[in-house]
Design a protein around this ligand. Structure first.
Ligand code: ZN
Length: 70
């Protein structure tokens, strides 16, 4: 047996992910929707309101739900 398919640089897959982004224009805070612990999260950096949006992000393969709580 031999490995004929040599993988070059492995590409990190990206997908459109639901996120929350900070409404404060001077702040670039955002979080993944599945990391948000309430239905209306506030920005962890400046405590402003957050709005739901989308972002193209690298797919997280090893998501542990425990990481959401700090
Ligand atoms: Zn913010």
């Amino acid at each position: 047996m031999y490995n004929s398919r040599k993988k070059p640089l492995e590409e990190i897959p990206e997908e459109i992910t639901a996120i929350w982004s900070c409404t404060n224009e001077t702040c670039n805070g955002w979080m993944r929707d599945n990391f948000a612990f309430s239905s209306q999260p506030t920005c962890p950096q400046c405590q402003s309101e957050m709005v739901k949006g989308e972002k193209k992000l690298a797919v997280l393969v090893n998501t542990s739900p425990n990481h959401a709580k700090q």
